[in-house]
Design a protein around this ligand. Structure first.
Ligand code: NAD
Length: 737
């Protein structure tokens, strides 16, 4: 029989080699059609007496990335439709759909013939779960081979047997750690954990898999044998008594109870290990059905999976501009940011000229890359040859003439209008007419900077976040005159360095920094009210923020906050800044010399390692303190999330951000806005604008007019629409009411 996504070739030993190679796709993913074909292959090979066993592999460089997003979208759409027409049946239908993969893998596992998975490259999610259901697993010995169950990162969990098979192959502690963090494993680590049987040279992968069958691999999983015992011991055993109380404590510490997917993993493993395998799979299916219906799963899948992929693929790219293949990129300013930008550019294989005022500064910028490479080699993340090749792409220089021939030049010099003007003019003197000039400014509006340019159409903002090599977001800012070509080239560049872009219109602070400032300002308000500093930090983390606002302010630097506040007063007038905030920052910087992490003194003290940073004890003496018991932590959490979300709505109302997908993805990748919400706008949509408006009004009454609901929130509260509906993205992913 011919399949669309698979070839099946049976050799003289009766081993059927099933090769998964989807046409028109760069990566194999699970679709309904793929699952139907796998089932047909299972039926056919089981019925065919000539077939002794099956080797399952991929015809692509990677094995598989897991489920296709259209399948998940389809599940949400089905739920939405069913709930509207036949609510009683909706959950049952979802339950059946959610179990399709799980029971298909179980069918393979119990078909009576041995199956071996030959893992030749990245093997994620459902693909690893399929492999775990095979009786044998071999992985190619290659750095590109990674295995993992990353579902928790998009709000769900491994629901196709993952939570049952992993803890039956390895100890429950490692299983929980792997699944609740969604981390990926090298073949060596997977083998050490007992998740795979063999590691083979890439060329001998299929032969090794076939040999397992020829050597008499039993088509029965250990858990289907009589007397099976989980390797980590039973739940009710001395080992279990050590593990389980601590496991729930650790999960609570790491997630603050915000992630139903992560909690479900714990429940599935705990309950499943006490049950016969088929019942355990059913328990997993039930939890999976439940988690799929949570707003957390919906928001995270939409933003961190669907929208992120769409943005990465260039959702905002003008389609009629030819893609740029970069031959050379210039970076001017080899300081903190410029050095990082040079590194990520070279890492993408693009030659970079890194210019600073003198060779010493330029060389120092390149040394930053050498440092990252050295650490990478030490940790085994990269090889010396790869590192050397990367470094050879960076040419330090103090001569602007070396920028000749660059397609794109990114400026990261001091945040000073005059210096930026001089640099723009000097660079444009050597640039070819078609080249694009970008500024990495964090505060200066692009339209103003573009006035220094002879070709404002080719002038754009490309705003990175620090540390550049780690932060996945890049904010692209359109000046009034920025043209499509510059936008397309900026997006091509961001795609080349494998980061996620959002495109925003010009304003002071753009999108991300406006929201971040709101977050830090609310912490200033709390400090001034006398909320104990530790409560401020903890409440933010409980709300789901990865870094407390005071800690974040220390990273940004308090003297920089001081500069930003002063600049806002200078440019916009006294009213632009709360005078109490200015006083607080002046007191910290001018009176106490506390600049932040960079001088070891900020809202925190930074003692020498191994001691950990701790809140500056004197902070409590700056304002009369409230009693901790008198402070409502829930309200503190709301103030952080609502404050940021309101700022996000202001940027949408002003037309700075035009697409809720970008507001959401930008808020999570840019400053870690409580990821379980799906982002700042999804946070509002999930509760409904009416409820959000009501909360804003209460907060405005008690904590200041900055909480007053924006016009757009009021409008949506009245109309009952969501932001995604209003901005034409409601079809992206449908959610059941
Ligand atoms: P930095 O002080 O570390 O580096 C600036 C570099 O520019 C220095 O090496 C300096 O020698 C060089 N320079 C100054 N004048 C020059 C000239 N005429 N020609 C060539 N080189 C010159 O500053 P940074 O933190 O890297 O910030 C650079 C830019 O990036 C600023 O516009 C800043 O607002 C922006 N930015 C900073 C961050 C951050 O977190 N630090 C984040 C995003 C954007």
């Amino acid at each position: 029989m011919a399949y669309k996504n698979f070839t099946v070739e049976t050799d003289n030993d009766g081993i059927a080699l099933v090769t998964w190679d989807m046409p028109d796709k760069s990566m194999n993913v699970f679709t309904m059609e793929v699952m139907d074909e796998i089932e047909a292959i299972c039926d056919a090979t089981t019925a065919d007496d000539k077939v002794k066993g099956v080797v399952f592999t991929s015809g692509k460089k990677t094995f598989s990335g897991g489920a296709d997003l259209t399948m998940l979208k389809g599940m949400f759409a089905m739920m939405a439709e069913e709930k509207a027409t036949d609510a009683g049946n909706a959950t049952k239908k979802l339950f059946d759909a959610a179990g399709r993969m799980s029971w298909l893998w179980r069918k393979i596992e119990t078909c009576g013939k041995p199956w071996v998975s030959a893992i030749n490259g990245t093997c994620m999610g459902g693909a690893l779960e399929l492999s775990l259901a095979c009786h044998g697993r071999v992985a190619a010995d290659d750095k590109s081979v990674k295995m993992g169950l990353p579902e928790v990162k998009v709000g769900i969990f491994p629901g196709a047997g993952g939570t049952q098979r992993v803890p039956r192959l390895t100890n429950a502690q490692d299983a929980l750690q792997m699944m609740t963090t969604g981390s990926s494993l090298s073949p060596q680590r997977a083998k050490a954990m007992g998740l795979i049987h063999e590691i083979a040279e890439p060329k001998k992968l299929v032969a090794t898999a076939k040999k397992m069958i020829k050597d008499g691999l039993k088509p029965v999983q250990p858990w289907d044998e009589k007397g099976f015992k989980a390797p980590g011991g039973a739940v009710w055993s001395p080992q279990g008594a050590q593990l389980w109380p601590a496991a729930s404590g650790i999960l609570r510490r790491e997630t603050n109870g915000n992630y139903p997917g992560a909690l479900a993993i714990l429940k599935c493993v705990f309950e499943g290990l006490q049950l016969p395998f088929d019942t355990a799979l059913k328990v997993e299916q039930r939890y999976f059905t439940h988690v799929l219906q949570t707003p957390e799963a919906f928001g995270m899948i939409r933003s961190l999976f669907v929208s992120m992929q769409e943005l990465n693929k260039g959702a905002r790219r003008p389609a009629d501009v030819k893609p740029t293949k970069f031959k050379k990129i210039g970076v001017v300013g080899a300081g903190f940011m410029g050095a990082g930008i040079a590194y990520v550019t070279a890492k993408a294989g693009i030659p970079v000229v890194l210019v600073d005022r003198d060779m010493e500064a330029a060389e120092k910028g390149k040394a930053h890359s050498a440092d990252i490479v050295k650490k990478g080699v030490q940790k085994g993340k990269t090889t010396q040859e790869e590192g050397d090749a990367l470094l050879s792409l960076i040419t330090p220089s103090s001569d602007y003439a070396d920028l000749d021939g660059a397609d794109l030049v990114i400026e990261a010099v001091f945040e000073d209008r005059d210096i930026k003007k001089t640099v723009t003019e000097a660079v444009e003197d050597v640039l070819k007419p078609a080249a694009v000039f970008a500024s990495n400014t964090s505060t200066l509006p692009i339209t103003g900077l573009a006035k220094n340019s002879k070709r404002p159409k080719n002038f754009i903002g490309i705003h990175f976040f620090s540390p550049v090599d780690k932060m996945m977001l890049v904010e692209i800012i359109l000046g009034k005159k920025t043209g499509d070509k510059a936008l397309a080239m900026a997006l091509d560049y961001v795609a080349a360095i494998k980061k996620t872009p959002i495109v925003v219109n010009d304003t002071r602070g753009f999108y991300v920094n406006r929201c971040v400032l709101g977050y830090m300002n609310e912490a200033y308000n709390m400090l001034i009210e006398g909320v104990p500093p530790a409560m401020i930090e903890n409440a933010a983390k409980m709300a789901g923020m990865p870094v407390g606002p005071l800690s974040l302010n220390d990273e940004v630097a308090l003297d920089l906050s001081q500069k930003i506040l002063k600049a806002a007063i200078a440019d916009l007038g006294e009213k632009a800044v709360d005078p109490r905030h200015m006083d607080l920052v002046n007191t910290m910087v001018d009176k106490h010399g506390r600049f932040g992490r960079k001088n070891g003194k900020g809202f925190y003290d930074y003692p020498a390692k191994p001691a950990k940073k701790h809140l500056w004890p004197e902070l409590k003496t700056l304002f009369p303190q409230q009693k901790a018991d008198d402070v409502d932590v829930e309200v503190l959490k709301q103030r952080f999330l609502i404050g940021i979300a309101l700022e996000a709505t202001r940027t949408m109302e002003e037309g700075i951000v035009t697409d809720p997908r970008e507001a959401d993805v930008g808020s999570i990748l840019g400053f870690g806005f409580a990821p379980y919400t799906g982002g700042a706008i999804s946070y509002i949509d999930a509760m409904g604008a009416a409820k959000f408006e009501e909360l804003c009004k209460t907060l405005a009454k008690n904590y200041g007019k900055h909480f007053k609901p924006t016009r757009i929130v009021q409008e949506l509260a009245k109309s009952g629409e969501t932001f995604y509906q209003r901005f034409g993205q409601e079809e992206a992913v449908k959610q059941a009411a």
